[in-house]
Write a protein that binds this ligand. Structure first.
Ligand SMILES: NC(=O)c1ccc[n+]([C@@H]2O[C@H](COP(=O)([O-])OP(=O)(O)OC[C@H]3O[C@@H](n4cnc5c(N)ncnc54)[C@H](OP(=O)(O)O)[C@@H]3O)[C@@H](O)[C@H]2O)c1
Length: 236
């Protein structure tokens, strides 16, 4: 399989997203599928050589991380786990971020998270600098190996990269919506800036949430909320 590097680690370039694992807000975990099916998907992925698992503390309110933690314990293959912190407006201050990291570590049952990403650039009450400083401290404590961001624009990426560089830590990745249906990053400066600064782009919803797979037909339209990202992409 083609490989890529994130920070100092070389991993297969293809990873698996685990938003649907444990989530019944957007997906139908607990109704159409459950833990045995997710375990089977996990095993198939690992057997196919996948090591990058992308999750987030908000996926299934922690259930996605919990499932990965349980399954990863049972395989010998070293995995690369990427998770995310969600900067909800009511989450103020360093202590909240530190607690979020500790909770993710506990759910994932690991001592160190390979890639810890800021899920969205929503800095209402916690300034970007404070948030990144807190993550940098966690890197220094050995709780996080690499820091990434998600859904950051080119200028936001540049600012985050500069703050971290001043702390002696690289910004390794920006996870963004990128598929054959949504190629905005090729023209809005995100891809160019990432290449310039050596920041890896991680494509999310690469199958446009099923629109590219032939899953949906007139007789089987997507049951996604109105704020679905691919739906917005199609309206562009
Ligand atoms: N950072 C962020 O803000 C953000 C946002 C969105 C997603 N993500 C990450 O990106 C990951 C992937 O994105 P995503 O889940 O939004 O969308 P996606 O991977 O583009 O598409 C998932 C959809 O594709 C369908 N599919 C996959 N393989 C198929 C096949 N062989 N035949 C038919 N249909 C197939 C799935 O159907 P079934 O459901 O039937 O399997 C599912 O509906 C997430 O799990 C998450 O880790 C991150």
């Amino acid at each position: 399989m083609q490989t890529t590097t994130i920070g100092s680690q070389t991993i297969p370039a293809l990873g698996i997203g685990t938003w649907a694992w444990g989530d019944n807000l957007f997906w139908t975990y607990g109704k159409d599928y459950g833990a045995p099916e997710v375990k089977s998907a996990f095993d198939s992925a690992v057997n196919a050589g996948i090591t990058l698992f992308d999750t987030a503390e908000i996926y299934g309110s922690g259930e996605s991380e919990r499932l990965i933690g349980q399954f990863a314990k049972k395989v010998k293959t070293p995995l690369f786990i990427a998770t995310k912190y969600f900067p909800f407006p009511w989450r103020m201050g360093t202590a909240v971020v530190e607690k979020a990291i500790a909770n993710s570590l506990a759910r994932l049952q690991v001592d160190c998270i390979d890639l810890y990403q800021i899920h969205w650039p929503l800095h209402f009450l916690i300034p970007e600098k404070t948030l990144l400083q807190t993550l940098a401290n966690a890197v220094k404590r050995g709780q996080i190996k690499n820091i990434g961001v998600s859904n950051y624009s080119a200028p936001q990426m540049r600012t985050a990269q500069k703050i971290l560089a001043d702390l002696g830590i690289p910004l390794v990745s920006n996870q963004v919506n990128y598929s054959l249906l949504l190629r905005k990053i090729e023209t809005n400066g995100v891809l160019e800036t990432a290449q310039e600064l050596g920041i890896k782009i991680i494509a999310y919803s690469p199958l446009a949430q099923g629109l590219l797979t032939g899953k949906y037909r007139n007789t089987n339209p997507p049951k996604v909320p109105a704020n679905s990202i691919p739906a917005l992409a199609l309206r562009d």
